[in-house]
Each structure stands twice: as C-alpha cells, then as structure tokens.
Design a protein around this ligand. Structure first.
Ligand SMILES: Nc1ncnc2c1ncn2[C@@H]1O[C@H](COP(=O)(O)OP(=O)(O)OP(=O)(O)O)[C@@H](O)[C@H]1O
Ligand SMILES: [Mg+2]
Length: 358
C-alpha cells in the first residue's frame, strides 16, 4: 500500500509542464481530471501517457464582447482567437481577452465574481462552457472521475456557493463525468503536503478570494475564505492611480517585487493593498482557529503552504510571515513555504482527489 502510494507520488511529480493548449493535446483516455475553476483562471490537470506525468492547461476565465462583422470574424479566425457568435456580437473569451481589453482601454468581463458564478452575469455559463469545451474533452467512458475545486463559503453567501457548485456539477455530469467537488484549500494540502501526511494549513490566494483550510491526516477541520484577492488589489490600485483594473493586473503580473521598497505611486499602492489583504487573511486565520470548538490534538507544529497567483510575487511569503509573527495564533506553526507551482497547485490537488476517488 505504502509502496503503491510512493510509486504514485513519483509518477505524479516526475515531470510537470504547463501548457496553454487544449487538454486534447494531453488527453489520456479513461484518465481522471482535476479542475480548478477559479475567478481568474480555469486550470485543468491530467496524467499523461506511460510516464503518468501531470500536465496542466489553463485559460483565462474572462471574456469581452465586440460588435459582429464578417471582417472582425475573419481576423479572429486568422489569429486563432477563441470566440463564439451571440446575437449581434462576437464574444472573445479565454487567454486573448486581456489583450483585447487593453487595446480597447476597457475592463474584461468575468463569468465569476468572488470565487463563485456571478448570478447577475447572463453570459456566465455560455462563456464557462466554451472555455471548458476547449480545456476538457467529454468523458471517454461514462463515469470517469472529474474533481473540481470549490471555495469555502463566505459568511452570508452560502446560497451562492450552493448555486455555483450545483450548476457546475450538472454541467460536468452532462459531459459524462462523475463530478466530485473538493474544497480549494484542501486541494492545496493534497497537492503539497503528502510528505506531512496531509496535515497542515493550505492557503490559496487567488483572483476573487483567498481560501484556507486546516486539515489533520487529510480531514479538514477548518475551512474559510475572505473575499479579498488579486481583483481587490487591482480594483483598489486602479481607483487610486486612475487606471482600469485590467491594466493594473497586467502590469502587476509583469514583475511585482514586494521584497524591495516601492519606487513610484503605482508600486506604493500595490504594497498598501497587498499588506491589507495579508493582514485580513492572517486575522481571519486567527479568528477561525480561535473559535473552532475542538481541534484534533497534534503533537507537532503545523506547516503552512501558500499557493495561488496572488501569492506569486517575490516577497509575498515574507509579507505573510511578518503578519503571522505579529499575531499570536492559538496553534504552533512549523514554517511557511510556497507551493511548487502556485498557479497549478489547486488543479493538481483536485487531480489527486480524483485519483483517490476512482
Ligand atoms: N506573476 C504574478 N504576479 C502577481 N500576481 C499574479 C501573478 N500571476 C497571477 N497573478 C494574480 O493572481 C490572481 C489569479 O490567481 P489564481 O489563478 O490562483 O486565481 P483563481 O483561482 O482564478 O481565483 P479564485 O481562487 O479567487 O477563484 C490574479 O489576481 C492575478 O492577477
Ligand atoms: Mg483559485
């Protein structure tokens, strides 16, 4: 049993590559799928070929409609831009969306907000379905397992999470999959804490929110989320420097370095909202642990793993550690580390959940 698990682990981490290609390119008939349905990105993970290495593919979970014309349509075709025709518009979706938004000096639209499907966005499901069609083929065999990540509910928003999970589940079942939902923080634990027997705290700082889960031996004890993530940073910085959030996002991703002093107003604003996010996250962690009625007793301090795109900039871990130092948590922490690949950790963890479900 232990040998089998070690072998599986070796296979899982042998080689990993990220592509922006369709999942068909990395398709293995009959293999389970792990999916991270995020506010900012959708990431799919699957094991491939004889070596069973994990490969991931991703698409931006965003769209922008442009007026229909035959000419525009031909140009999009020639440039291999993903779109579909809806009424008198062409709806551009996926990874090309941000380029278009910047070109037209507009913001992208999103099927999801704050970690869940946006019930007020009528294009939400058509766009997500189009993105999923590109990323994940229909099940080869009926009942193949697909595990998809879901956030922990924000207090007062439980109903939106139920709608989100049920809508996605119905869609995946329609594609022939046996769909299993996995909490995002737990997916990070599955992906990163196997050597610690899936015991510790997994945190994913994404676009719409941050999710955190504390688990002992893979069993979650605490799950929570805060509705601050990269979008909050982009929106807030955008409003103080008078820029569209989409443009702030692109510039931020080009190389924000939180380990050095900010050099201009833009970097100063980024730091202010990053600090705000980290402080909110750490105080929510303290609050959730403090009010947990009974935590399993652990004889060892717990590790914390940070994942998600918002945790990617250089210096983020230090910022988090500093906030942690200034807070007295009711449990002992052994250390903080980054996920091997912060942007695909959730999808990889979902895949591991799918493999154990098979
Ligand atoms: N290199 C980078 N530097 C800074 N921020 C980045 C970088 N790469 C991605 N991000 C930010 O990370 C966020 C997206 O992260 P991620 O893909 O983990 O989110 P998500 O899973 O789609 O969202 P959520 O989990 O909140 O639903 C965006 O705000 C994006 O701007
Ligand atoms: Mg996420």
């Amino acid at each position: 049993m232990a040998e089998e698990r070690d072998e599986r682990k070796d296979h899982l981490w042998k080689v990993s590559q990220e592509t922006e290609n369709r999942m068909e390119d990395i398709d293995t008939p009959g293999a389970p799928v792990g999916l991270d349905v995020g506010t900012s990105k959708i990431v799919a993970a699957k094991r491939r070929g004889k070596s069973q290495e994990i490969q991931t593919a991703n698409q931006l979970n965003a769209f922008i409609p442009v007026p229909f014309s035959k000419f525009t349509q031909r140009t999009l075709d020639q440039n291999q831009v993903s779109y579909f025709h809806e009424g008198d518009e062409l709806v551009i979706y996926g990874s090309a969306t941000e380029k278009f938004a910047n070109m037209f000096n507009a913001d992208v639209r999103r099927p999801m907000a704050d970690g869940v499907l946006n019930p007020r966005e009528k294009m939400a499901m058509p766009v997500i379905e189009a993105i999923l069609q590109d990323l994940v083929p229909k099940a080869n065999v009926k009942g193949e397992v697909l595990a998809f990540s879901v956030p922990a509910a924000i207090e007062g928003k439980e109903a939106e999470l139920t709608y989100h999970e049920a809508t996605l589940r119905a869609h995946f079942e329609g594609m022939g999959y046996k769909a299993v939902a996995i909490n995002e923080g737990l997916a990070v634990i599955f992906s990163e804490l196997e050597d610690e027997n899936f015991t510790g705290i997994g945190i994913s700082c994404g676009g719409g929110m941050c999710n955190a889960t504390l688990a002992y031996l893979s069993i979650p004890s605490i799950m929570f989320s805060i509705n601050k993530g990269g979008d909050f940073i982009d929106r807030s910085v955008g409003s103080v420097v008078n820029e569209h959030a989409t443009r702030v996002k692109v510039t931020k991703e080009e190389g924000l370095d939180l380990s050095r002093a900010p050099r201009d107003k833009f970097e100063k604003a980024l730091r202010i909202y990053y600090e705000d996010l980290v402080e909110t996250l750490v105080s929510a962690l303290k609050k959730s642990i403090s009010r947990a009625e009974s935590l399993p007793r652990s004889d060892r301090p717990l590790p914390i793993v940070l994942a998600g795109g918002t945790a990617k900039p250089k210096g983020f871990k230090d910022l988090f550690e500093r906030a942690l130092k200034d807070t007295s948590l009711p449990i002992e922490i052994s250390g903080v580390r980054m996920a091997k690949d912060p942007l695909s950790a959730t999808a990889r963890g979902a895949l591991i959940a799918a493999l154990y479900e098979k």
